[in-house]
Design a protein around this ligand. Structure first.
Ligand SMILES: Cc1cc2nc3c(=O)[nH]c(=O)nc-3n(C[C@H](O)[C@H](O)[C@H](O)COP(=O)(O)O)c2cc1C
Length: 345
């Protein structure tokens, strides 16, 4: 069996049931989480022949940061449940693969310690009701060397999960979440997600941090354009791994519309959700993404083999991408253009 395909089950042997379920689950009836992977199979390639593919180059830049492979790690919580070293092991694994990592604002490790690993990272931020808390987190992330701010925009309220077992939050060590806040930093309601955000928040984040801002959770071309007009340096086409609005369209379907809306702008396009194979990465890049992000596979890999597992995941996906590019007649990521694809008839 392909190593990546066995990871979820192998992680299930090591994780408490509630954590395994939390990592796996989607919101509500599970439509979006269930469709994500299959949606990438809606595309078919139109490979080019008789091109010299004796060397294939996977390198690119993401908001100016060079990476060896266009597969980044999406921000996720509870990494210390997956591995005792949590985000530190994730960062080390990503760095060894020459990639970049998203760090959740709910991380279980301080931003300073994550930054000290030396792997380039983006801070994912939830803007919360008490904006002072958000500002403190932003300052800590800047001090820890974050290269960009990823504003998660699909979470004005947290998607409902229909648990049928003990909650993951029961018995969780307090320092496995929110390591970047002190307990006396916040009170009741302070950490509720802000539900009154408008595109103005993009400028507010950029001004406070001096960093480029990406908006995560964009599924429509018109929203992508609003973000770009408001100064976003990038958008991440995402439905939060199916954990927010259930029934939200698959990212594989949303990506072409977003890429078309941003054509001719400098706003970079990224995508996550259900990306499990090199062919999925190739399809995403051909549809206009600059790089992809993987969420659950990185958690499984971290659980199964710590930082080495994360390195192997990214390296394997890069090897698969390289192989697929050879077969498709593409030598560089710039050769991955929309004409390489068609929708399955
Ligand atoms: C366990 C888990 C925790 C997550 N935590 C966050 C988070 O804190 N912030 C955020 O913006 N997205 C979060 N996400 C969403 C991921 O960043 C990403 O959008 C999604 O996992 C991509 O889909 P994939 O898991 O199919 O690769 C989380 C996802 C999972 C599975």
């Amino acid at each position: 069996m392909r190593w990546i395909d066995g990871l979820e089950a192998a992680a299930g042997e090591k994780l408490p049931e509630a954590v395994h379920r939390y990592f796996r689950q989607g919101a509500a009836g599970g439509i979006s989480v269930g469709e994500a992977v299959a949606a990438w199979s809606e595309y078919r390639f139109r490979p080019r022949v008789l091109t010299d593919v004796s060397t294939v180059d996977l390198t690119t830049t993401v908001l100016g940061v060079p990476v060896d492979v266009p597969v980044l790690v999406a921000p996720t919580t509870l990494q210390r449940q997956a591995d005792p070293d949590g985000e530190l092991a994730m960062a080390a694994g990503v760095g060894a693969a020459g990639s970049l990592l998203g760090v959740s604002s709910n991380a279980g490790t301080t931003f300073g310690a994550i930054g000290a690993v030396g792997t380039p990272w983006w801070l994912q931020i939830y803007v919360v009701r008490n904006r002072d808390i958000t500002l403190r987190m932003l300052d800590a992330a800047v001090a820890g060397g974050a290269r960009a701010v990823v504003l998660t925009a699909d979470t004005p309220v947290v998607g409902r999960k229909e648990d049928d077992g003990p909650s993951v939050w029961e018995g969780l060590p307090p320092d496995h979440l929110l390591a970047n806040l002190d307990d006396d930093d916040y009170g009741d309601g302070d950490l509720d997600k802000a539900d009154d955000l408008t595109p103005d928040v993009i400028g507010w984040l950029a001004e406070r941090t001096g960093l480029p801002v990406l908006v995560k959770g964009v599924l429509r071309g018109d929203d992508a354009k609003r973000c770009s007009d408001a100064g976003a340096a990038g958008v991440i086409v995402s439905n939060h791994g199916g954990r927010q609005l259930d029934g939200a369209i698959p990212t594989a379907q949303a990506l072409p519309e977003v890429a078309a809306a941003l054509a001719g702008t400098t706003t970079e396009v990224y995508v996550d959700g259900g990306i499990r194979r090199g062919e999925h990465v190739m399809a995403a890049l051909a549809l206009g993404a600059r790089a992809v992000l993987v969420g659950r596979p990185a958690l499984w890999a971290l659980t199964v083999d710590g930082s080495a597992g994360v390195t192997r995941l990214i390296t394997d996906l890069g090897d698969e991408l390289e192989h697929a590019m050879r077969l498709a007649g593409a030598r560089t990521l710039a050769d991955l253009t929309p004409d390489l694809l068609t929708r399955r008839s």
